[in-house]
Design a protein around this ligand. Structure first.
Ligand SMILES: *[C@@H]1O[C@H](CO)[C@@H](O)[C@H](O)[C@H]1NC(C)=O
Ligand SMILES: *[C@@H]1O[C@H](CO)[C@@H](O)[C@H](O)[C@H]1NC(C)=O
Ligand SMILES: *[C@@H]1O[C@H](CO)[C@@H](O)[C@H](O)[C@H]1NC(C)=O
Ligand SMILES: *[C@@H]1O[C@H](CO)[C@@H](O)[C@H](O)[C@H]1NC(C)=O
Ligand SMILES: *[C@@H]1O[C@H](CO)[C@@H](O)[C@H](O)[C@H]1NC(C)=O
Ligand SMILES: *[C@@H]1O[C@H](CO)[C@@H](O)[C@H](O)[C@H]1NC(C)=O
Ligand SMILES: *[C@@H]1O[C@H](CO)[C@@H](O)[C@H](O)[C@H]1NC(C)=O
Ligand SMILES: *[C@@H]1O[C@H](CO)[C@@H](O)[C@H](O)[C@H]1NC(C)=O
Ligand SMILES: *[C@@H]1O[C@H](CO)[C@@H](O)[C@H](O)[C@H]1NC(C)=O
Length: 819
């Protein structure tokens, strides 16, 4: 999903924990073991620590507007930035072009979902002279003294001041946006345009629109292009107006506009729509307020079914146009979900707390709850959309939901299973109800696996049918779809050869990324074996864990890397006849002499997606022990990891690298993991608008950073979390399914070293509920279900180990597997 970025090569020492120096003092007042289970929250208003503008410049493509947790409506500013995938750009040199209602966050592709823009005019010389097109109306924002735009955002709310002195404020419910436009004093003819067709791509066809000259209600919709696939979708809106503190009355002027030409007195698009115009909507002139500034509320219902349903959504969700009520209800929902994770702020900089809650916040933007808005089939099951893409999010987003938001997780799983029942395969990448291109495996499998491994005892009560879930997994694993470029897998050849060959041109998909797809299918099948085991299906469990070993089939033991003495063996593309082709291990890395990229649109695709062969040669999350063996033993494995970090083969912007800093755990060198994980945060993630190294990928990066700051890294569809030290003296997770809170405390915490290196941050030993734990490298899921107190003893000695017992190392498939 990432655009190509010039990767910063220098180790920028960027993250400064100002509290580090003074924190030894507050160590004295550490809470006692008994106080940690107290229900009194340490952070009462976590929303106040959220900085929605992180990642809104330099290609982060983060959406900073108003939405609920997983809300369908995401009301925000659109700009004329080339990076306006989420509408907004934090660089004030870009003009505002509208305030639209949907959006995704952190994606690539073509601009998704910037539908149904609203635009206020303070000073057109006449109704007919209002320049209603995007280019005609666009306006810069005001700029503050520090050079930043005069924009503000907090969970559930967004505001800006335009240079024409109009103030804009936005808030939202699930399917309805509420805007508040305040015109400058003295505005005689406040005007507002509704834009039906400008979706960010100018892809509209078949527009419809009517307006009511008495009430100014607008109903309309059109068909639009999806963002990352061949499909289209229809969307509809219903827009109504109300004076804030005064009676708005009937509009004094009204009409349909096409491009820059408003036609006064018209009420139906068909009256003026003689040929294809891709910019159109409605324009109104309203009565000004009798005294003071004129403020107009605009309520925008949205639906993927019909404009009638958009009107119902609006009327049901915001009958009173109560801006402050909607805004505070939204903030309350955010505080409810964010507040389930509590950190102790003592001895930690505000910036660290902000980075944590902002990252947790971005975990809850997508997928979005479109229940009731699925145009493709009727169902009583929930419907979630904006899986953009599972390839990005399966690694960290869903495991984070397991810890504190399993009820939402269960609804997402139900929605996915329902998609499989109706379309035949689980969704892989999906936006605006349309299928998008796959990037690798069938990565709903680890998501469903994650849910089932962690919540199978509660599946029925959460409305998830174990039988349907299992059938959905088997369909992905066994049945090849007619178009496996959009869902499912190239299953036939996978079953036949036990890898995806480099030279097989199969109908139904692109003959690309075969080596990385092999690795992903191996992991996908591992996650299915985990579910089979729980269901007591021993034969299936054996079959899929065998297939989980297929990663070794694309390992060529003879490959070396220039500049990497002692490194031998790499994942490589393999032909159907069993011989290997050769792809330079540096392919797609910053050291690639051919400067190739491995993005979907890249011309030179040699078997890998968004990662070099060097990166993918680390990607066997379920069997690192076997990987260590393939790489020639523990010492070789450690020196290869060191080489990867020293030579900048680690790719902070792409998910296949995400686990890498933690991999030293498997070599019994967890101190090195702690160091690398903390250096990764220090170097690549901060609270600035450019504080993401690339796209947020629908919360994939947000959830990743939240885990690192919590001192944890998950392995989906297992019961283990790799353990390091949290950035906090104490962090706790409340789990509403178990009604339990688990608290991790850092004994001896003295703050966080600014550069990520050194200091007292290494885990020497672990107790759970006062008893020594079997490992200081991982925690089992039981610790979280029962609600435990985990106490870490920290040391400044990087040479710590996982412990002495036979279960001290984290599990691997080939050394006994997972329980
Ligand atoms: C913003 O709009 C103004 C006026 O149309 C234009 O001169 C300027 O180039 C625009 N800025 C960008 C970044 O396109
Ligand atoms: C916009 O202007 C108003 C005053 O009219 C001010 O209260 C507000 O802080 C400004 N900035 C934003 C982002 O709303
Ligand atoms: C869903 O049900 C409604 C009401 O019966 C019907 O109008 C609509 O066509 C159905 N949608 C689909 C996709 O079957
Ligand atoms: C690797 O090299 C050895 C020794 O030359 C050879 O026997 C083996 O076939 C090679 N393996 C591959 C996959 O090329
Ligand atoms: C294997 O297949 C590749 C590509 O199709 C071909 O170039 C190669 O000659 C074949 N090797 C053997 C031993 O058949
Ligand atoms: C082998 O790899 C090279 C380099 O990536 C590529 O140009 C060639 O087409 C591949 N051979 C086959 C038979 O796919
Ligand atoms: C913040 O992170 C970005 C992205 O990794 C980096 O380019 C930038 O230099 C960092 N800024 C600061 C102030 O640390
Ligand atoms: C959850 O646990 C608390 C005590 O920790 C208890 O007061 C409450 O009744 C429990 N809620 C449910 C629904 O069991
Ligand atoms: C990083 O910070 C630690 C602790 O403050 C210090 O000991 C170490 O020398 C620093 N390392 C670098 C590379 O600056």
């Amino acid at each position: 999903m990432h655009q190509l970025f010039a990767l910063a090569l220098l180790l920028a020492i960027v993250y400064k924990d100002i509290a580090y120096a003074q924190s030894t003092i507050s160590q004295l007042s550490a809470p006692s073991a008994t106080s940690v289970t107290s229900t009194r929250p340490l952070i009462k208003d976590p929303a106040s620590f959220v900085l929605p503008f992180i990642g809104t410049t330099n290609g982060g493509h983060v959406f900073p507007g108003a939405t609920l947790p997983h809300g369908m409506v995401k009301a925000g500013m659109d700009t004329d930035s080339p990076g306006n995938h989420a509408g907004y750009d934090g660089d004030p040199s870009f003009n505002a072009t509208g305030f639209s209602q949907l959006h995704d966050s952190g994606t690539g592709g073509a601009v998704p979902l910037s539908n149904f823009k609203i635009w206020p005019f303070a000073q057109c010389s006449s109704f007919e002279k209002c320049a209603t097109s995007i280019n005609g109306r666009k306006t810069l924002r005001k700029v503050l003294a520090d050079g930043t735009p005069d924009d503000f955002a907090s969970p559930g709310y967004f505001s800006t001041n335009l240079t024409n002195s109009i103030r804009v404020e936005l808030t939202a419910t699930r399917r309805t946006a509420l805007h508040r436009y305040t015109f400058p004093a003295g505005t005689k003819n406040p005007r507002i345009a509704v834009d039906i067709t400008n979706d960010g791509q100018r892809s509209s066809t078949n527009p419809v629109m009517t307006l009511d000259p008495e009430t100014a209600q607008v109903e309309g919709g059109a068909s639009f292009a999806a963002s990352f696939g061949p499909g289209r979708y229809e969307a509809f809106t219903c827009v109504s107006f109300k004076g804030d503190g005064f009676e708005l009355g009937k509009p004094t002027e009204y009409g349909v506009w096409l491009a820059d030409f408003p036609v006064k007195g018209t009420t139906n698009l068909l009256q003026v729509y003689y040929g294809f115009v891709d910019q159109l909507g409605a324009l109104f002139t309203f009565n000004p307020a009798p005294r003071g500034k004129t403020t107009v509320l605009v309520r925008i219902g949205v639906s993927f079914i019909s404009s009638k349903q958009a009107c119902q959504n609006a009327e049901e969700e915001i009958p009173d146009f109560g801006f402050e009520r909607v805004r505070s209800a939204a903030r309350q929902q955010w505080n409810d979900v964010l507040g389930r994770v509590q950190v102790d702020p003592t001895g930690v900089s505000r910036e660290t707390i902000q980075l944590f809650y902002s990252s947790l916040y971005r975990t809850h933007i997508s997928p979005a709850d479109y229940t009731g808005e699925n145009p493709k089939w009727n169902s009583t099951e929930p419907y979630y959309d904006s899986f953009y893409c599972n390839w990005d999010t399966y690694r960290t987003l869903y495991p984070l939901l397991s810890l504190h938001d399993p009820i939402t997780f269960a609804k997402i799983v139900r929605g996915m299973v329902d998609i499989q029942k109706n379309e035949g395969w689980l969704p892989e990448c999906r936006g605006a109800t349309a299928m998008h291109f796959i990037q690798g495996g069938s990565n709903a499998d680890p998501i469903l696996g994650e849910f089932f491994v962690k919540f199978h005892e509660h599946a029925a009560e959460l409305g998830v049918s174990a039988n349907d879930l299992y059938n959905a997994l088997l369909a992905d694993a066994e049945i090849q779809p007619p178009n496996w470029n959009l869902q499912g897998r190239q299953a036939n050849i996978w079953k036949e050869l036990n890898y995806i060959p480099h030279d097989q041109f199969d109908a139904g998909g692109a003959n690309t990324k075969q080596a990385s797809r092999t690795l992903e299918h191996a992991f996908n099948d591992f996650t299915i074996s985990q579910v089979s085991k729980i269901l007591g299906k021993a034969d299936d469990a054996e079959k899929y864990s065998k297939r989980a070993g297929n990663f070794a089939n694309v390992w060529n033991p003879n490959i070396t890397v220039p500049g990497g003495p002692g490194i031998l063996g790499m994942v490589q593309p393999r032909f159907a006849n069993g011989t290997f082709n050769f792809t330079d291990p540096r392919h797609c890395s910053i050291h690639d002499p051919a400067q190739a990229t491995c993005f979907l649109n890249a011309a030179n695709r040699d078997g890998f997606y968004e990662g070099s062969p060097i990166v993918y040669s680390q990607y066997v999350p379920h069997d690192t022990a076997k990987l260590i063996e393939l790489q020639g033993g523990v010492d070789k494995f450690v020196s290869r990891l060191n080489f990867i970090f020293e030579q900048d083969y680690f790719e902070s912007t792409n998910e296949p690298s995400q686990q890498m800093p933690f991999m030293y755990h498997y070599a019994n060198r967890p101190g090195l993991s702690t160091q690398k994980a903390r250096q990764t945060i220090a170097q690549f993630f901060n609270t600035s608008t450019n504080g993401l190294p690339g796209n947020d990928d629908s919360g994939a990066m947000g959830s990743y950073v939240a885990f690192y700051l919590a001192g944890l890294y998950p392995l989906p569809a297992t019961r283990q979390f790799l353990l390091s030290s949290p950035y906090f003296r104490q962090i706790s997770f409340f789990n509403p399914v178990f009604n339990t809170t688990t608290t991790i405390r850092s004994g001896g915490f003295v703050g966080n070293p600014a550069n990520g290196t050194g200091g007292r941050v290494f885990v020497k030993s672990v107790t759970v509920n006062g008893k020594p734990y079997r490992s200081s490298c991982y925690l089992d899921w039981d610790v979280f279900t029962s609600g435990s107190v985990v106490e870490l003893t920290l040391t400044d000695n990087i040479g710590v180990t996982c412990g002495k017992g036979k279960d001290a190392l984290p599990p691997s498939l080939s050394t006994g597997g997972y329980d």
